[in-house]
Write a new protein. Structure first.
Length: 94
């Protein structure tokens, strides 16, 4: 496991690369889905905490998860990968 996010993203970018195979495309889509779920989970956690220290931690978690998700979306756009929109019903609980 990489020691920091920049290393993680660098390794992910090099693995995806040009001439992307179907397996690599699926891996990118899985990573995007996982990052989206991490972001939604961080948002949900923020809505549940009240202690000031935990609120700060929740905010940092949201920001980190959002940056990861946006990075992967940009990477997919650069690679020409179409991302299916997840089905979300109105009033859905995450």
């Amino acid at each position: 496991m990489p020691k920091n996010l920049s290393t993680f993203f660098a390794e992910l970018s090099s693995r995806i690369g040009s001439g992307e195979s179907s397996a690599e495309r699926e891996q990118l889509l899985d990573n995007i889905d996982r990052a989206r779920r991490e972001w939604l989970l961080a948002c949900s956690y923020f809505n549940q905490v009240s202690d000031p220290d935990l609120v700060d931690m929740a905010i940092y978690s949201i920001e980190a998860a959002e940056k990861k998700y946006v990075y992967l979306l940009k990477l997919a756009k650069l690679k020409g990968v179409t991302i299916p929109y997840p089905e979300i019903s109105v009033g859905a609980q995450f």
